[in-house]
Design a protein around this ligand. Structure first.
Ligand code: SAM
Length: 346
């Protein structure tokens, strides 16, 4: 098994059978071997810097009905909110003063946020903070809309592909959503010139090692600048409420594999990882991650952005709590970087 990890590092990819063998044959000892290589790879490109992004969850209204997500339109239990432009700009102001140089605007696919309205917001943020990057994460849209936001100044776009396998994708989403459109969006974003992030939910219902092998092949083909992966966590008001959560152990192993396959990629230790284990983020950093995205939303709405149960939004997850995050990162041999944290080689 170590030979497969060595080959992944040298050649940057494996065959489908090899991915499956590695995933099914993994052990604690193999994981430690992988993580040491992954940390060395990260260090070659990024040193011990971990980039921080201020995450502004600006609307929890969504027209989609993804079976796993607490924001799905059929969920009548969630209290819906939308931040105003002024509230979002106030989050940026606070974040800037704290040292954040990337703002991630994430939300459901909310029709009240028309393309033009969001473009105006992006221009306003870039006008006030020209030294900051703006990342959008607002789902699937026509290419022209992505172009409009790019022209308004958006630098990056996060859109998880969730799973690269078509049948698996359909089992996680309602019929009106398609794996083809998801992938089309990612290729459009890349062609337009965004720094693009994709990624999968680990341990989502029905996921197999074969699916994960397809995910790795998709990442290899797309060559995203960022990869966001986190464990699936059930949410009590969704059809997947009784499904088991994805594991910490598999998520960490995949983080290590992704770091070795795409050594210069920006790789977050996600909130979901911090939610399933008290030291989840540090363990993610030790497995090769190099980005954290603390929550910069107004405290009053944080609990309403309930993608899954018990989602962290206070304590170290809070953007205001940089001291504690620094302490945690130091325990993993890393330090917070206040730079924009662009992709190193593109
Ligand atoms: N609407 C945008 C989109 O679809 O990309 C951004 C918001 S969406 C809620 C962000 C991500 O949350 C999804 O891509 C999905 O991977 C993750 N997510 C949603 N429900 C989840 C769950 N139950 N467990 C873990 N992650 C979840």
């Amino acid at each position: 098994m170590r030979a497969l990890i060595d080959r992944l590092e040298q050649e940057g990819t494996l065959s489908r059978e090899e991915w499956i063998a590695l995933l099914e044959g993994r052990s604690e000892e193999l994981a430690q071997y992988l993580f040491a290589r992954a940390r060395a790879a990260r260090r070659r490109y990024y040193g011990d810097d971990v980039y921080i992004r201020g995450l502004i969850e600006f609307t929890n209204c969504c027209k989609n009905d993804c079976y796993y997500c607490g924001l799905r339109r059929s969920n009548r239990r969630v209290e819906r909110y939308r931040l105003t432009e002024e509230e979002i700009l106030a989050c940026c102001r606070e974040g800037y003063a704290l040292g954040y140089r990337t703002f991630v605007l994430q939300g459901g696919e909310d029709p009240a946020w028309t393309p033009e309205r969001l473009a105006r917001l992006v221009s306003a943020i870039k006008g006030e903070y020209p030294d900051c990057a703006v990342t959008l994460s607002v789902g699937e849209h026509p290419r022209e809309v992505y172009q409009l936001w790019f022209d308004a100044g958006a630098d990056r776009y996060l859109l998880r592909h969730e799973t690269a396998n078509g049948a698996h994708y359909r089992s996680l989403h309602p019929p009106e959503m398609s794996p083809e459109n998801r992938k089309r969006c990612l290729w459009d974003l890349k062609e337009i010139g965004y720094q693009v992030g994709c990624g999968m939910m680990v341990g989502s219902p029905g996921q197999t090692a074969e699916h994960l092998a397809e995910d790795m092949a998709f990442l290899r083909a797309l060559e995203p600048d960022m990869v966001g992966i986190g464990p699936f966590i059930p949410q009590r008001d969704t059809p997947f409420r009784d499904r088991p959560a994805g594991s910490l152990e598999l998520t960490l192993f995949l983080l290590g594999l992704i770091r070795l396959m795409l050594p210069d990629v920006l790789l977050p230790a996600t909130t979901a990882l911090g939610t399933i284990h008290p030291r989840g983020r540090e363990l993610g950093i030790l497995a090769g991650a190099n980005v954290c995205m603390p929550n910069l939303s107004p405290p009053g709405v944080r609990e309403k952005y309930a993608l899954y149960d018990n989602k962290l939004c206070t304590g170290d997850e809070s953007a205001q709590n940089l001291r504690d995050l620094e302490r945690r990162l130091a325990s993993a041999g890393c330090r917070v970087s206040v730079h924009r944290g662009d992709h190193k080689t593109r």
